[in-house]
Ligand binder design. Structure first.
Ligand SMILES: *[C@@H]1O[C@H](CO)[C@@H](O)[C@H](O)[C@H]1NC(C)=O
Ligand SMILES: *[C@@H]1O[C@H](CO)[C@@H](O)[C@H](O)[C@H]1NC(C)=O
Ligand SMILES: *[C@@H]1O[C@H](CO)[C@@H](O)[C@H](O)[C@H]1NC(C)=O
Ligand SMILES: *[C@@H]1O[C@H](CO)[C@@H](O)[C@H](O)[C@H]1NC(C)=O
Length: 324
């Protein structure tokens, strides 16, 4: 009798477990199939860190390194150095990706990089977040960060803090080799593989960090910027994403400064490749088109002895920008 009672009890217990299990499973399934992006949680006591936001150079104002530096309130030198640009006057190309140095800190238990922006006529939190800051922040985060401002009544010249999503490695993550998290906004043309190649960071590491498991179509999902875990900065600066670019086969007029590091060639190699700086090889100003070792290059004749500037001796005084 007793045995039968127990077994009855056991059955209902099983049923209960089954129901619980079922409810739990459907609860999990009812959640969107994607995660909520990286975990930005922090303690107010967490120390701030220096890190990077990946920013696409864009028309009209932000093809100029100086303007980008002003926007992010960083120095021209710092931004040029982070991007491996030799000249601070480098004209950028639309869509060129730059690692912009930012300081990431903890506000209200959420990692953010505070960027102060001066409101201009017609600006709204939404337009500035999505256009100028390329969705590295969102308007609700801006509202929360500026509780004393009236979003519908902004005045020209008013200072607004735009909190960019960012993240500092925890102690465990640092010990695991993560040096930085780069903030990167998913683009419609991206795939997890292209992003992995762009930063030279393994796809599983990006998927893990951003809880992208189960994502099939990230582009349709609303997620905060991806946090790209980087263990070796030099891998990133050499990676596909940050390699300085010249638009394919279209050398823009007004190419100034150097795109990336100049490569030095002996003068006679350059003279041969440009047919003694032949007029037919001239693109614009003192920029010539040349093919050396099968690579299409833009050659810029410099007035100063750039070799001296670069502390290289015995080479020509011509600098070369590579067209990848
Ligand atoms: C960011 O700005 C907000 C608003 O001005 C401020 O309360 C917060 O302390 C700042 N956070 C950091 C880490 O500086
Ligand atoms: C903006 O970011 C905050 C913080 O992660 C998030 O809670 C909120 O849903 C986001 N808002 C929009 C409109 O994406
Ligand atoms: C550290 O790395 C190991 C092995 O790669 C991994 O299993 C672990 O989850 C990592 N821990 C953190 C905190 O990232
Ligand atoms: C990073 O770059 C190195 C050298 O180019 C390459 O061998 C490696 O496969 C790359 N790693 C990833 C994850 O893309």
């Amino acid at each position: 009798m007793a045995i039968s009672f127990f077994s009855h009890q056991w059955q209902s217990l099983q049923a209960l477990f089954f129901i619980l299990d079922y409810v739990l499973a459907s609860y999990i399934r009812a959640r969107p199939s994607y995660g909520d992006g990286a975990d930005f949680w922090c303690l107010e006591s967490s120390a701030p860190c220096s890190t990077y936001a990946a920013y696409f150079a864009q028309e009209l104002d932000f093809l100029d390194l100086r303007n980008i530096a002003n926007l992010f309130r960083t120095s021209l030198q710092e931004i040029a150095r982070a991007s491996n640009l030799v000249s601070e006057d480098t004209r950028l190309f639309p869509g060129q990706l730059l690692p912009v140095p930012i300081t990431c800190g903890c506000t209200m238990n959420h990692y953010f990089a505070n960027i102060t922006y001066d409101i201009k006529l017609g600006d709204t939190y939404y337009t500035i977040s999505t256009t100028v800051f390329e969705s590295l922040t969102n308007f609700t985060a801006v509202e929360q960060m500026n509780p004393f401002l009236e979003p519908k009544n902004l005045h020209t010249g008013e200072e607004v803090v735009f909190p960019l999503f960012c993240k500092c490695p925890s102690k465990a993550e640092s010990e695991n080799g993560t040096e930085y998290f780069i903030s990167y906004v998913w683009q419609p043309k991206d795939s997890i593989w292209s992003v992995s190649a762009m930063f030279n960071v393994s796809a599983p590491a990006i998927i893990d960090e951003n809880k992208l498991n189960g994502y099939t179509d990230i582009s349709s999902a609303v997620i905060p910027p991806l946090m790209i875990p980087v263990s070796d900065w030099s891998d990133v600066t050499r990676s596909e994403g940050f390699r300085p670019k010249i638009m394919q086969d279209k050398l823009l007029p007004g190419v100034s400064g150097y795109l990336g590091k100049p490569i030095m060639y002996d003068a006679d190699v350059i003279m041969r490749a440009t047919m003694n700086l032949n007029e037919h090889r001239r693109v614009v100003g003192s920029v010539y088109r040349a093919t050396i070792d099968g690579k299409l290059l833009a050659i810029k004749k410099t007035k100063e002895d750039i070799a001296k500037e670069l502390k290289i001796s015995g080479r020509s005084s011509l600098s070369v920008a590579e067209n990848p």
